[in-house]
Design a protein around this ligand. Sequence first.
Ligand code: FES
Length: 104
Amino acid sequence: PVIKFISPDGDEQDVEVDNGTSIMQAAVDNSIEGIDGECGGTCSCATCHCYVDEAWMGKAGEADPVEQDMLEFVMDHRPNSRLGCQITMNDDLDGIIIRIPEEQ
Ligand code: FES
C-alpha cells in the first residue's frame, strides 16, 4: 500500500510500503522529514505525531487509551492527531493521506 505524506509546506511524497509497516517506520525508512520516531515505535515519545486526513480517519481507527495519553503532550493537537507508530498499514489504507506537523 501507498502512503501520501504532505509536508507543512504542501510538498507531497508517495511511499510504497509492505503491509504491517507502521506509518512512523515508513517515514523514517524513506527519510520523510518531520516524523522522528525516537522511541522506535513503543508509543512512548510522541515524536511520530501526524495528522490523518479527515476522509481516512474512519479506516485508520481510533487511538487506544495509551496513545491518547501520549497525544496530550504533542504540539498543536487536533481531532485527527495520531501517533504514526500506532497505525499499521494494510490494503484498506492504500492511498492514506498523512499530514506532517510543523514541529514535534
Ligand atoms: Fe515513539 Fe511513536 S515512535 S510514540
